[in-house]
Ligand binder design. Structure first.
Ligand code: CAO
Length: 447
């Protein structure tokens, strides 16, 4: 015979709820006591067990539907006469599963979320709320669409953990079946936010106005390089408390040296530029102050000291900013560095760099001096702990005794991760760099 299954009271005093999940479908065989539907009330999510067994015939609800006590949920073809009422009527379920329910318990929860905009890969107009990649999107988003709303399956204990960790449950990618979110998922997501692995955390915070209200606008897709830069710097800026230390080096003698030996370096295939010299100087300074060649592993409570000295160099390309890495700069001659820097900058501009060539830097340099400017504060290229910004060399008159002399000064700006490096250390490091630029023999003297 065919019988109807009616929703029992899901909350004290009765009332309405929203269907979070439907666990039955036509043709499915169910037994009495099996959970058939989950209903979200104001307070919690209630798993509703069937009071009857048999083969499901028709299902009348879907996720997102409003239901109330006694709503018909589905009909079932029973093999024998049903032994009790299929409409529990006033029977009160045990709705309030304690939040301390064991993790293995098949409890499910639901929360509504606004529909996510498309990812920028398909719609670049949604920068304000993008997710890092389709693969990283919470599975729950796709799991249970409900009339414009989406429900997120997670047990109350999981939700509680998310609340304790300050994580939005709706943002957590669920790895269980149908996007169910586990405690491990919440922990992994919280960790990814802290370590900066989620661009969402950094980028989703920006809410853009409708710019067309202010005048005509156009929208253009951002390049993958721009996107990677936005995500990387968007994580680095809020996660790394950084300070910039300013200094300058008298590079009068160095400029004379460059003019003198530039042609010979050029004949060997390189370009003896300020940047090439800075690569050499920084590699040396890392040996004097090894702390600037570390990365902070907060999770393990350790400072990772690197035994290599690889220098990242910011290269301005048509596609955006790239930071290729010159490896083992301390072991290379200035000529080798000049040749390599020229080649790597060309490869960057020709979009021929591999991912490996942009990994593993100890510290980075950003030289904007070729363009101009008197100073700027570069952003630390995390997980490195410092970056040197260089602006345009300035020619100034300086008193030497009573006479004025023409001197050239290179403006330097060192941004550093203040969690690792103290201000005094940064000042000493930058002074050392300036001294090496002023007196290059110092590098040989101090080794
Ligand atoms: N002061 C004055 N002139 C400078 C200078 C400085 N600090 N640094 C470079 N120059 C000059 C060079 O001498 C060269 O002049 P000539 O053409 O007369 O020889 C010119 O500027 C261009 O230099 P370059 O690009 O050939 O060589 P470089 O090694 O100095 O720089 C590179 C290489 C890759 C760093 C540079 O091309 C570049 O891309 N800079 C931009 C980096 C950037 O975008 N940083 C921002 C990152 S954060 O947004």
């Amino acid at each position: 015979m065919v019988t109807e299954f009616h929703l029992p009271k899901v909350a004290e005093g009765g009332g309405t709820g929203t269907v979070a999940r439907v666990l039955v479908s036509p043709g499915k065989e169910i037994s009495s006591g099996a959970t058939v539907v989950e209903v979200e009330t104001e307070k919690t999510v209630v798993e509703v067990p069937s009071s009857v067994g048999g083969v499901v015939k028709d299902v009348f609800v879907k996720p997102g539907d409003e239901v109330s006590d006694d709503s018909v949920i589905f009909t079932v073809e029973t093999a024998e006469e049903a032994t009790g009422s299929t409409a529990p009527g006033p029977t009160m379920l045990e709705p309030e599963r304690p939040e301390t329910a064991p993790e293995e318990a098949p409890v499910s929860g639901a929360a509504e979320r606004a529909p996510e905009p498309e990812t920028p890969a398909t719609n670049p107009q949604t920068l304000s709320a993008q997710t890092p990649s389709t693969a990283a999107r919470p599975q729950s988003e796709a799991a249970v669409p409900a009339g414009g709303r989406l429900v997120v399956p997670a047990a109350p204990s999981v939700r509680r953990l998310a609340r304790e960790l300050g994580v939005e449950i709706k943002d957590v990618p669920g790895t269980g079946s149908e996007g169910r979110i586990s405690q491990d998922d919440v922990k992994a997501y919280a960790k990814s936010l802290v370590s900066g692995a989620s661009a969402r955390g950094a980028l989703a915070a920006l809410t853009l106005p409708d710019f067309s209200r202010f005048g005509p606008i156009e929208r253009h897709p951002i390049s993958p390089v721009r996107r990677a830069t936005a995500e990387h710097l968007g994580r680095s800026w809020p996660l790394v408390p950084q300070v910039t230390q300013y200094d300058e080096a008298d590079v009068t003698a160095l400029e004379a040296f460059r003019r003198r030996f530039g042609p010979s370096v050029e004949a060997q295939g390189g370009k003896l530029t300020v940047t090439a010299i800075l690569v050499k100087v920084l590699a040396w300074a890392l040996g004097v102050y090894p702390k600037f060649n570390t990365s902070l592993d907060l999770e393990r409570g350790e400072l990772v000291q690197k035994g290599y000295r690889h220098i990242g160099v910011a290269v301005d390309t048509e596609r955006g900013l790239l930071v290729p890495v010159l490896r083992d700069a301390d072991k290379k001659s200035l000529v080798q560095i000049s040749v390599e820097l020229k080649a790597i900058a060309e490869r960057a501009r020709a979009a021929k760099l591999s991912r490996e060539e942009m990994e593993g830097g100890s510290i980075s340099i950003s030289n904007l001096g070729g363009i101009g400017g008197v100073g700027f504060s570069p952003i630390v290229n995390a997980p490195e702990v410092a970056i040197l910004g260089v602006s345009r060399t300035q020619v100034r008159p300086v008193f030497e005794g009573d006479a004025l002399a023409r001197r050239e000064f290179l403006p330097l700006a060192l941004s550093y991760d203040h969690r690792v490096i103290d201000g005094a250390e940064a000042a000493r490091f930058l002074r050392k760099v300036a001294e090496a630029l002023e007196e290059p023999l110092l590098m040989s003297l101090e080794g």
